[in-house]
Design a protein around this ligand. Structure first.
Ligand code: UDP
Length: 239
């Protein structure tokens, strides 16, 4: 049966915590496998897929610099951490025969490719998966902002932002069990209600460029396909 794909070009944002242990720390190799299987399925169905990976399972610059380290250097280490996740994801994807390019915003010449938009657009047309590493390449940013930026640059129709809960809630659902899930929000709602699902830069960049965002639970892997085919999943953020 042919699946109905609503979005043809998609940017998937995977936070580092999804590659870590139950507390979201470190690297648990088996967590890459179900993700890779789902990505393989989507790629074979013809979706043009680019992924931005975070590095929070290894290092978050802002937190690290609280210990007296330089923020710039801590952020640089954070960007390197995203490349570690990207390479491990590429390796897993290629074991599932998904042709994958790791494109990094920081130069890691012998291992990754630099960001050249024309090349990326060609890879997408050829149904190769791109894994973007290194965030924006600059300190004081996050990989959520990198995800919005890359999505806009490659002309993705939607950003799928993976989280550990079902979407955006009225309150932290882990601490407050009566918190309610929003089905739909405007960018301004997210900003004015200070819903901390993404940083403000990422939200405002998405708003200015009318990039819709779907926030969903990554632990339910089939959610990625559901979201791409336009089925209701998590929280939709748009105009
Ligand atoms: N980072 C950065 N610039 C960027 C993206 C990331 O300096 O454009 C650094 C920053 O220190 C950040 C770390 O890389 O804390 C890991 O990224 P992020 O926290 O966004 O990862 P996630 O929470 O998505 O796993």
């Amino acid at each position: 049966m042919k699946r109905t794909v609503r979005y043809k070009r998609v940017l998937l944002k995977l936070s580092g915590e999804g590659f870590g242990d139950d507390g979201g720390r470190g690297l648990e190799m088996e967590r890459f496998i179900p993700l890779a299987k789902e990505i393989q399925k989507l790629s074979r169905s013809g979706v043009e897929l680019a992924i931005v990976v975070g590095g929070g399972n290894i290092l978050r610059g802002a937190k690290f610099s609280d210990t007296g380290k330089s923020r710039v250097q801590a952020d640089q280490a954070g960007m390197v951490a995203t490349a570690v996740n990207a390479l491990l994801l590429q390796d897993t994807l290629e074991r599932f025969n998904v042709n994958t390019h790791v494109v990094s915003a920081i130069e890691i010449k012998n291992i990754t490719e630099p960001f050249v938009l024309r090349n990326c657009l060609q890879y997408l047309k050829e149904k190769k998966v791109i894994v973007f590493a290194g965030g924006t390449g600059h300190p004081y940013f996050t990989t959520d902002t990198a995800a919005a930026l890359r999505a806009i640059e490659i002309g993705a129709e939607v950003m799928l932002k993976a989280t550990q809960v079902d979407g955006i809630y009225t309150d932290d659902p882990v601490k407050n069990p009566s918190a309610k899930l929003y089905k739909k929000l405007s960018y301004l709602d997210v900003l004015s209600k200070r819903l901390r699902v993404m940083d403000l830069t990422a939200i405002s960049l998405s708003m200015e460029n009318k990039l819709p965002i779907i926030v969903f639970n990554i632990n339910k892997y089939e959610n990625i396909g559901r979201a791409i085919s336009g089925k209701p999943v998590g929280t939709y953020v748009g105009e």
